[in-house]
Write a protein that binds this ligand. Structure first.
Ligand code: BGC
Length: 694
């Protein structure tokens, strides 16, 4: 490659027209484009967002639609690597058919901030679950010959002041939590690229953190792929290049084209070695070859089986939607009722989606005004899967009425007349801003309470981008957490409500009672000087002290502090019942392997998630951690022995000085339970001391 060819791959602008920036020649229109080198048989890089489907931000490719997967939280709730893989393959197939060869997927941040605007793009609050699920969706995408990223490396937990937030966390805790999630995702999925976040980590921007990029990622982990900045998240030339950043993405959003002429000048001045520039390019080529992009470059055929893909999205939602409460077994609802009422802002239209760069618009989506992210207007999208229509089809009810709930009086009146009410609550989250709190917006809490008092057979379906408070919980008999359920979400929800589908999702995040239970009850919101909350151009860097919780994120925080959340990580009900027996543990070939027998004791077929938690008191101790999990389908009366191998890192602490995982000698507790904080079946194992590198 000539120097010009190399440099054309080191700094790229958005391939979406923004302000004076035009779409580059040859670009399909998407997050980024880097020109091909036909002389060498190297195709252009056409990079598109993201994990939930192939995005078409601002309709830059007019009329180009795609299948929308359920949000990553809902994928996390399946606890199912196979579903992650299958949905990843679907995204990969659509990307290839549309001509994209790099997909900016693989959200692998752990959910530390329950109000976080992008929580729906992440899998869970747990490093093991996040790493496994994100890793399998990356593997699925890449199996189609499309590179996937993992992002946003690392500790990028909130949107408030996102480019000024300095995430502060001790290194031991960092490795045991957020870095462990990325490490497992990378081991599982071998993503071709890694995208650092907008934030700073312990004082350095993630995109120029010597520790994150050179020491850990490329050094200790031996990561062979490339590191592309987030869009507008590069802050320097020499520091970033020497710290391990390989590509400046979205350069038109940065104050300078750091990795274009300034990098050439730095090479000439001897500040950045030529070998570093060659490495930046070689890493990209390595991943493009490794994933098969170069081999498959000539074969896109444009054909997409949208019906089949919608069904994949629906099945994923059916496996992930969580039945939180079901008092008196009010669900599954009886079929052929006389009169059913559906309430919800757009419950006649479709499923709410999260906003920002990851938003996907299937054919027939409804877009209403949302927010602006980086100056680009981001619509609030409803995927065309109407729960009202699906309930009509699934229920066989003689009459299904609908009110949108904006007039509470009218909703209450209609509720009093109905045999049963299905109330769809919604909470929109978007990239660029966090939720101000945990309560549902627009007086929906009051609406739910009023409707429930008019009709005690009111079921609430919460569509949200994360945890929400439920001040009305005692007043309603049943609640479903549907997160954002994607292209087939309406049918999935109706299937669960009327019993075609036995619910099997388990919460991938804890739901706090209120913000008072959080490590940081009040988020600090630094004053910014632009009207765009996602991208302040001026302002002071400010610290977020994650040492308060350390590596004890989510359920581990509640366990450590003795707090009882509203719903705990791992919670999820079924229409059948399962029991666990005979938990044994063995120490073989340096790994701890646990076996438990699980049985379906009810009278319906269903899937359960065997959750194994590990903990230890005393030296080198820790509060419960998810040590292993398996999702299995069982017929009534059927039982199975399930074997789980515990990742050795989950029985150890990370010593950041020695650069080693250290396991103390002594007793470790194992527990199989239906939730991180629930009682269950206990066992223990005595282990010798051990230490090993990351
Ligand atoms: C987001 C990334 C995304 C990129 C390109 C940024 O705003 O943080 O996740 O991939 O835009 O659209």
């Amino acid at each position: 490659m000539t120097e010009d060819e190399k440099f054309a791959w080191l700094s790229g602008r958005m391939a979406i027209p923004v302000g004076d920036t035009k779409k580059p020649d040859g670009a399909l229109g998407s997050a980024a484009f880097y020109p091909g080198i036909p002389r060498l048989g190297i195709p252009a890089q056409q990079q598109s967002d993201a994990s939930l489907g192939v995005a078409n931000t601002t309709d830059v490719r007019p009329g180009d639609n795609a299948t929308a997967l359920p949000s990553s939280l809902l994928l996390g709730a399946t606890f199912d690597p196979a579903t992650a893989r299958e949905t990843g393959e679907m995204v990969g197939r659509e990307a290839v058919a549309k001509g994209f060869n790099v997909q900016l997927g693989g959200g692998a941040n752990i959910v530390r901030e329950p109000r976080g605007g992008r929580n729906f793009e992440y899998v869970s609050e747990d490093p093991l679950l996040t790493g496994i699920i994100a890793g399998h969706s990356v593997a699925g995408i890449q199996s189609q010959g499309v590179v996937s990223t993992v992002k946003h490396f690392a500790l990028n937990a909130q949107e408030t002041g996102r480019v000024l937030a300095n995430s502060v966390l001790g290194l031991g805790a960092l490795h045991e939590s957020d870095l462990l999630a990325f490490r497992i995702a990378i081991e599982t999925g071998a993503p071709g690229a890694v995208m650092p976040g907008y934030n700073l980590v312990n004082g350095d921007w993630a995109s120029e953190s010597e520790y994150l990029l050179n020491t850990v990622l490329k050094g200790e982990w031996g990561y062979p792929g490339w590191v592309m900045s987030d869009w507008g998240a590069t802050h320097s030339t020499v520091k970033a290049a020497l710290a391990g950043l390989d590509v400046q993405s979205g350069a038109n959003l940065d104050p300078e084209p750091f990795f274009a002429d300034p990098l050439r000048a730095a090479v000439v001045a001897g500040q950045v070695p030529q070998a570093r520039v060659d490495d930046m390019v070689a890493r990209q080529l390595r991943s493009l070859f490794a994933v098969g992009v170069i081999d498959t470059a000539d074969t896109p055929d444009g054909a997409i089986d949208y019906m089949a893909h919608r069904l994949i999205a629906q099945r994923a939602a059916e496996r992930g939607i969580v039945l939180l409460k079901n008092e008196g077994d009010i669900l599954p609802a009886p079929r052929r009722m006389r009169r059913v009422l559906v309430i919800g802002r757009r419950a006649d239209v479709g499923m709410l989606a999260g906003g920002g760069s990851s938003a996907v618009s299937p054919v027939g989506s409804l877009s209403v005004e949302g927010s602006a992210v980086m100056g680009v207007p981001m619509a609030k999208v409803y995927h065309p899967s109407s729960p009202l229509h699906a309930i009509k089809a699934e229920s066989g009810a003689a009459q299904v009425d609908f009110v949108d709930g904006t007039d509470a009086g009218k909703a209450v009146e209609a509720a009093a007349e109905a045999d049963m009410v299905f109330l769809f609550a919604e909470e929109w989250r978007t990239e660029g801003e966090d939720r101000p709190g945990l309560n549902l917006p627009d007086d929906q809490d009051a609406l739910i309470a009023a409707v429930a008092s008019a009709n005690p057979r009111t079921v609430v379906i919460v569509q949200s981008g994360g945890a929400v408070a439920m001040p009305w919980l005692d007043e309603v008999p049943a609640v479903l957490a549907a997160f954002y359920a994607g292209s087939g979400g309406g049918e999935a929800i109706a299937g669960i409500l009327f019993g075609r589908v036995n619910p099997s999702g388990h919460l991938p995040i804890s739901f706090p009672r209120d913000v008072g239970q959080l490590p940081i009850p009040e988020q600090r919101d630094p004053a910014t000087t632009t009207s765009n909350p996602g991208m302040p151009v001026e302002g002071e860097v400010f610290d977020i002290d994650y040492n308060i919780e350390g590596s004890d994120v989510g359920y581990r925080w509640y366990a450590r502090e003795g707090l009882v959340p509203l719903f705990q990580f791992g919670h999820g009900l079924s229409y059948t019942a399962f029991d666990h027996r005979d938990l044994t543990a063995d120490h073989r070939d340096d790994a701890v392997v646990a076996t438990v027998t699980v049985r379906n004791t009810g009278d319906r077929a269903g899937a359960t998630v065997v959750q194994l938690y590990v903990s230890r008191s005393g030296a080198g101790g820790f509060v419960p951690r998810l040590g292993g999990f398996a999702r299995i389908d069982l017929k009534p009366g059927e039982h199975r022995d399930v074997t789980l191998r515990i990742d050795p890192r989950l029985l150890a602490r990370f010593d950041a000085t020695a650069r080693l995982w250290v396991r103390e000698a002594g007793a470790y507790t194992l527990r199989v339970a239906d939730g991180a904080l629930a009682d269950g079946l206990n066992s223990s194992i005595v282990l010798p001391a051990a230490s090993f590198t990351d």
